[in-house]
Design a protein around this ligand. Sequence first.
Ligand SMILES: [Zn+2]
Length: 331
Amino acid sequence: MNGGGNVPLTVGIDVGGTNIRASVVDGSGEVLDTVTAPTPQSARALEDALARAVRELCARHPIGAVGLAVAGFVDEDRATVRFAPHLPWEDAPVAQRLTDRLGLPVILEHDANAALWAEYRFGAAAGGRNVVLVAIGTGIGAALLISGQLYRGSYGVAPELGHIQVVPQGRACACGKRGCWERYCSGTALVDTALEMLATDPQRSKVLAREALRDPGSLTGRRVAGAAQDGDPVAQDVMTDFARWLGLGLAAVSDIFDPDLIVVAGGVSTSAPLFLDDAREHYAASITGARHRHLARIRTAQLGEAAGMIGAAELARAALEVPHTAVPAHR
Ligand SMILES: [Zn+2]
């Protein structure tokens, strides 16, 4: 008996660059069972590992379908991985290959889309209609829900909000451009901003300065947030700067989409008490015509790292319920 009643159980898999995590999820978003394995480096070995994980779960539960949350470009029919920077797949028809091996329907989804779907069905985005999710970690992952449907663009590419240029000729980004939003508003950015501020006035910070002098590479976003929590003045300035960029960026995004809800997810969101109120003020100050419109609520995510997996499982279940339509009409 599962919490979702007669709704079939499905497997959601978070296919990360380091580990794969596969879970059985019921119709109410509850995770019932999980297996994990390291991510192999070849496509063949990765598909072997995924099939093994699903078979292990199938031996313990009746499974109806499988959903994969992938950090990369997934084509519009959600069957092929076009490109994933940390995975050995390029133009790979992953859904069909796994279906052939497992005898189960398999769908793919961009990981941020999957996370937003999970938050919408079971978490912080419940009740939202037009929702922006920004997952702030090493960079920014983003997803949009428009009129209650995931927005997948024309060619399956999820919104790359993190690479909107906010500073012409600004910090260099791994994408090849300069001044991208995520270079000022991410865990990585917390470190870069801290190092810039420490270089200007190293005496102001006791804790961070000592760490940064010893080994600049050892500083992490989590450490900067921790130092801010402990009262380090430079780290607090770093968080203030981060809040400003978050508010500005979300205001720009809202000027395009006019959402009713914004969900801040990802590793940095666990430090939200250090920046979210500030970010809301910058948001209200930056958005066009703030006094004459409703402002989106800005909330933190509720499902944590499991969101992608739960969302992928839920999307796989939805595909099962519409057996003759591989892709629900989301256009
Ligand atoms: Zn970029």
